[in-house]
Design a protein around this ligand. Structure first.
Ligand code: FES
Ligand SMILES: [Fe+2]
Length: 368
């Protein structure tokens, strides 16, 4: 793989280029991202409310690796490499409650929820009890740095990222007084696999340029009401419109909003008066991304089944409109004619530009 960033970095032209197309289509580049971007940053991995009881386990994939999120007996969420220390079997395949022990189905090694190895039956012969020389203390599940901010679980594979508080600070700043503590999840939309590179979905969320064209029937947020947000690694856009005009009875989105991200993959949107959506984009290879969205409202809000269903339907349609564009973007980028990255609007896509610069900065140490 030899991808040149020369055109992307060239400050000469009046209109700057986006990232080269190969960054979205080359499996080797995706492998590089897995060794860099998804190792060195806080990566959004899951929703805390989906595993509330001790023993609730959830397998996830981060940086192409099997990882296990586990609620321990003290109520903390922990992350481990999801591989048995005996011969490496993937320990947990589907989300479920496993009680107090995580038992490998192959030769029955068993781990406590704090990761310690509790049993390795008959490993040293016919006797159940291993000899003292067996290094039981060294054979626990290998932990990964994991922290939760409100309902959102983040992991940092290399353990070197700044504290999570620092990471979320610019997003917190952009959200102002929004009471994140008071949110409750009311619906989850599972989109499964979208046939596009993860960055296409992130960039699509960050830029407001497409909204009035792609979401013509589902939203009513004119382009002139939007502006972009660039606050350190918190990127996105905001839309301020007269909320008095909202609630016209049309089943569309016609309210002031914040569309914000944290590099690399955390996405949070606020939709006045009090709805928040968070979506999780998990790469599954260079041209496939799993996506799901959780919708939150204020904990005191009382919504009827019908209102929740209407909200789900609206967001399902909005996402599908975005998916179609992102999947076609993926296909178009196989054309040699856009190999150098196309053009970015200096006004509406400066936030995308910053996202792309962060990406280049994140992979740079591995390419020097
Ligand atoms: S691979 Fe897990 S017990 Fe053998
Ligand atoms: Fe969109």
């Amino acid at each position: 793989m030899q991808i040149s960033f020369e055109t992307f970095l060239d400050t000469g032209p009046a209109f700057r280029s986006g990232l080269p197309a190969a960054v979205y289509t080359d499996p080797d580049f995706h492998a590089l991202e897995n060794r860099t971007v998804f190792r060195s940053n806080w990566v959004f991995a899951g929703f805390s409310h989906e595993q509330e009881r001790p023993g609730d386990l959830r397998p996830v994939t981060i940086a192409g690796q099997p990882i296990l999120l586990a609620r321990d007996e003290s109520g903390n969420l922990r992350a481990y490499h999801n591989a048995c220390r005996h011969r490496g079997l993937k320990l947990v395949e589907t989300p479920a409650n496993h009680g107090r022990l995580i038992r490998c189905p192959y030769h029955s090694w068993a781990y406590a929820l704090d990761g310690t190895l509790k049993a390795a039956p008959y490993f040293c012969g016919r006797n159940q009890t291993p000899p003292e020389s067996f290094p039981v203390d060294e054979l626990g599940l290998i932990p990964i740095r994991c922290e939760t901010w409100h309902d959102w679980v983040f992991v940092n594979l290399d353990g070197q990222a700044p504290p999570l508080d620092e990471h979320v600070a610019p997003l917190r700043r952009q959200l102002g007084a929004l009471p994140l503590d008071d949110l409750k999840p009311v619906a989850t939309l599972e989109f499964g696999t979208v046939r596009t590179n993860w960055k296409a979905l992130m960039e699509n969320f960050i830029e407001p340029y497409h909204v009035q064209f792609v979401h013509r029937t589902t939203t009513d947020q004119p382009l002139v009401s939007h502006s972009t947000v660039l606050d350190e690694h918190c990127l996105g856009s905001k839309c301020d419109i007269d909320d008095g005009a909202a609630g016209t009875g049309k089943n569309t989105l016609a309210v002031s909003s914040r569309f914000l991200t944290l590099f690399p993959n955390f996405v949070l949107g606020t939709y006045a008066p009090n709805q928040v959506g968070v979506h999780l984009n998990t790469p599954d290879g260079v041209a496939r991304t799993h996506q799901k969205r959780v919708i939150y409202v204020h904990r005191e809000a009382v919504l009827s089944e019908q209102e929740i269903e209407q909200t789900r339907k609206l967001w399902y349609e909005v996402h599908k409109e975005d998916h179609e564009m992102c999947e076609r973007l993926q296909l178009g980028r196989l054309s040699r004619s856009v190999a150098e990255g196309g053009l970015l609007s200096p006004y509406w896509e400066d936030s995308v530009r910053r996202f792309q610069e962060l990406l280049v900065e994140s992979v740079a140490p591995a390419t020097e």
